[in-house]
Design a protein around this ligand. Sequence first.
Ligand SMILES: Cc1cc2nc3c(=O)[nH]c(=O)nc-3n(C[C@H](O)[C@H](O)[C@H](O)COP(=O)(O)O)c2cc1C
Length: 233
Amino acid sequence: MTQVTRNWTPAHGEPYRPVPYRPARMPSAESLARAAALRERMGRRRTVRQFAADPVPEQVVKDAIACAATAPSGAHQQPWTFVLVKDPGVRRRIRAAAEAEERRSYQGRLGEEWLAALRPLGTDEVKPHLTDAPHLIVVFRQRHWLGADGSRRKHYYVDESVGIAVGMLLSALHLSGLAALVHTPSPMGFLQEVLKRPANEKAFAVIPVGYPAPECEVPDLVRKSLDQVLVER
Ligand SMILES: Cc1cc2nc3c(=O)[nH]c(=O)nc-3n(C[C@H](O)[C@H](O)[C@H](O)COP(=O)(O)O)c2cc1C
């Protein structure tokens, strides 16, 4: 049978074209075992802010990005771009600009309530991971589709879609043995310029990736229990 590979195009206005979907069903016993093991493993994910200098195979990060790009999205518009920032000079520029914004934020722009919410996390305006983590991914959200001729089409549920993709990225990285941080220097407008992204893209999150440093510490946080987040009616 010949395999036809189709390139992605925005399928705006195309007719419904169903194909069969018949994945093999997993026996319940295996589902239960996998779910319990996954719950335990996901429970061990922590946001890391101190990274080891040890190199991480780039393919692991690319595979995690490919996993993220399988995320569901509003009207299948896939409104995301993942920039893997490799140029050390660009990473230095990102760190300088982010730290300048963060300085203004921590010195008062955030307001007392926000600063109080951050205090238990021990964060401040110094962001060494932006230059020092082995990999740096910047995720962009595409506010609308932009054709080569400048034409636009509206995107639906952009934040929800990109948020789900980032969740899948974090899960893929964690399950591949890596640690990450979701960093949202605010405002993030400088990233579009530094990374030369088109006008329809806005930065969503900056994600340093690597192994935790030997001296890594994390805040002693308690997660809500299942009882506290699950409502059964
Ligand atoms: C949308 C979002 C934005 C975040 N922004 C930052 C940030 O700018 N800087 C930071 O150090 N951590 C940031 N975090 C990480 C959170 O502080 C962290 O996920 C939370 O404290 C729970 O810790 P855990 O991930 O180890 O469970 C962010 C997380 C999310 C989901």
